[in-house]
Design a protein around this ligand. Structure first.
Ligand code: ASP
Length: 574
């Protein structure tokens, strides 16, 4: 069986496990509350004695502190009490009013308890103690009738299962990420040095950036158009809006904080120049690594051949070895992918997906249109390749991008796809792809267009044409600054929203579905990198040729199959 068929099966297994045995599964008993904004909890020691009411100490606000994701609190449900509630229309319904829960005492709780009020109330507990308290449920009355209840129970078993699978997925992610910095540095340096002509490099750089930014601006415009046509905001009723906001408010706050910390455009541009290249390599700041590797490569071409060659040869060997590591990692990919997908699908939950179905659909339609129209044209007319052949060649990178939601993680595989499956020359692939994986995010930009319109629609705001041109400009710029990691688009979305005056709390509405859509948009991001790479390769005179399945199976030196079957050889140090 081909490696990528196995990865597809891994994804499918992950999705089924996530849906049936995940925290939001309807097959399992919902026996815990998982609360992220835990200072919002109304607690009472004795349900019938209001004087025993308390809440958990709030997070101290430190100016300038780095925003951190709130630690969720797991409350085990012991028993629940219902009560009758009358809504705005005078109708009564029975809803959970109180839950008796077991609450674990955490380190954070005691650290935040500066005035000792909590310790006094709970009888000086220590970390790890379980105390039994009552949670008073918060009910929000809806103008359209009915109520929403907070918090909502989920399955403790599903939550634990997903957290057990997580390390497998994380290990896989780390294994791929491990090769990124050495691979990009080495291959870019070798690529630039073997190009040997600084004018050619400049021309290629400008054209590449032009194509990348052009496709991104087209992507946001398609996103805006699709959102206007489908009108996803009109499908969200008040109940879903209030429930989503309550559920994701805490996380949305930290996203907005992170956006507020983001540097300005000038700072972003300046940041491309590394103050200390060793630091850029250590922290994996890709734009800085690219900048340094390009200059280093150019510098080597100014030394004479005898002096420059050893460095280039060394880096060439480093690059080859990193590629072998990627092939080894691909062997465990199906398991890693299953774990990653199970986590995403399991935690997204059906109720969130149902509420946001039309919005998600609008994003997916936009992504599909962009892929078909923009990339279809680029591949057919600029790269002059058959579209289906191109898609087959790009599939490995798309699958890794989809399952990891990270363009960076997919980068080593994208480079392999470009060189081995499409026949792009090493200098072009090693220049255009690393650049694309950091600056080119069409899927992300498109989704920001849809999300901005969606949130504006839900909050009943009218956006002028000027506002929307602003969205195209900021989303295009933001996609350059966004890192190729899961959820990066969410942080830059908060910036795009702020720039056009849309409330950033709106992020809470779409957070529940974000990770799932992230998979699709990252898949498109990586496809865009490869389409532009193929076009650039054609314009640089590369002889593009799509590797057939048969060749892939036969050849132990090319492609994704059988690459490790070529055999090992001991190496004698000189
Ligand atoms: N996950 C995306 C990427 O790595 C970025 C995003 O849209 O969040 O390309």
């Amino acid at each position: 069986m081909q490696v990528y068929t196995k990865i597809l099966i891994g994804m499918l297994v992950g999705a089924i496990v996530g849906l049936t045995l995940g925290p939001n599964s309807s097959l399992l008993e919902a026996d815990i509350y998982k609360v992220t904004s835990w200072e919002r909890l109304d607690l009472q020691l004795d349900k019938d004695d209001p004087s025993t009411a308390f809440s958990l100490p709030p997070k101290p606000s430190k100016p300038g502190a780095k925003p951190t994701a709130p630690k969720p609190l797991r409350l085990k449900i012991v028993e629940t009490r219902d009560a009758e509630f009358t809504d705005a229309k005078g109708e009564t319904s029975t809803l959970t009013a109180w839950s008796k829960v077991q609450m674990p005492i955490t380190h954070q709780m005691l650290l935040r308890d500066k005035d000792g009020a909590l310790a006094e109330r709970l009888g000086n507990p220590v970390v790890g103690d379980e105390v039994t308290v009552w949670v008073k449920h918060q009910h929000t009355e809806l103008e359209s009738g009915g109520h929403t209840v907070w918090p909502i129970p989920i399955s403790g078993f599903g939550d634990t299962l997903v957290s057990w699978m997580k390390p497998v997925g994380d290990a896989f992610m780390r294994l791929i990420k491990m090769v990124i910095v050495p691979l990009v540095f080495a291959s870019l340096l070798v690529g630039v040095a073997s190009l040997g002509d600084i004018r050619k490099l400049g021309r290629m750089g400008l054209r590449t950036l032009g194509l990348y930014m052009g496709t991104t601006a087209a992507a946001v415009s398609i996103g805006l158009a699709v959102a206007h046509l489908i009108n996803p905001g009109s499908f969200i009723d008040e109940r879903s809006r209030v429930a989503l906001q309550a559920q994701f408010e805490g996380a949305a706050g930290s996203t907005a904080d992170a956006a507020a910390e983001a540097p300005s455009t000038v700072e972003n541009l300046l940041n491309i120049i590394p103050g200390n290249p060793a630091e850029s390599l250590v922290t994996g700041d890709m734009l800085q690594v690219i900048f340094f590797a390009v200059l280093f490569g150019v510098a080597l071409t100014f030394l004479d051949n005898k002096n420059g060659q050893p460095v280039v040869t060394l880096m060439d060997r480093v690059q080859n070895a990193m590629v072998v590591i990627i092939h080894i990692v691909m062997k465990i990919a199906p398991y890693g992918v299953a774990a990653l997908v199970a986590e995403v699908v399991g935690t997204s939950g059906f109720s969130v997906l149902k509420g946001l179905f039309v919005y998600g659909l609008a994003v997916l339609i936009g992504l599909a249109l962009h892929g078909a129209i923009v990339y279809g044209l680029i591949v057919k007319y600029l790269a002059k390749l058959p579209i289906l052949g191109f898609l087959r060649a790009a599939r490995p990178a798309q699958l890794i991008a989809f399952s990891t939601s990270s363009s960076s993680a997919a980068l080593p595989v994208s480079m392999e796809c470009a060189e081995e499956n499409l026949g792009v020359s090493n200098p072009v692939a090693s220049f255009v792809i690393p650049l694309g994986s950091t600056v080119n995010m069409d899927g992300t930009a498109l989704y920001q267009g849809v999300a901005a319109i969606f949130i504006a629609q839900v909050f009943q705001m009218d956006l002028s044409v000027g506002d929307q041109i602003g969205i195209v400009a900021t989303a295009t710029m933001a996609s350059i600054g966004a890192a190729g990691v899961p959820g990066a688009g969410m942080v830059t979305l908060a910036m795009v929203l702020t720039a056009s005056g849309i409330p950033t709390v709106g992020v809470a509405l779409i957070l529940g579905m974000d990770r799932l859509l992230d998979m699709f948009r990252t898949g498109l991001n990586v496809t865009g990198d490869l389409a532009v790479t193929a076009a650039m390769a054609r314009s640089e005179g590369d002889d593009l040729k799509i590797l057939t399945k048969q060749e892939d199976k036969r050849d132990t030196k090319r492609g994704f199959e059988k690459r490790l079957d070529g055999g090992q050889e001991p190496i004698e140090p000189e």
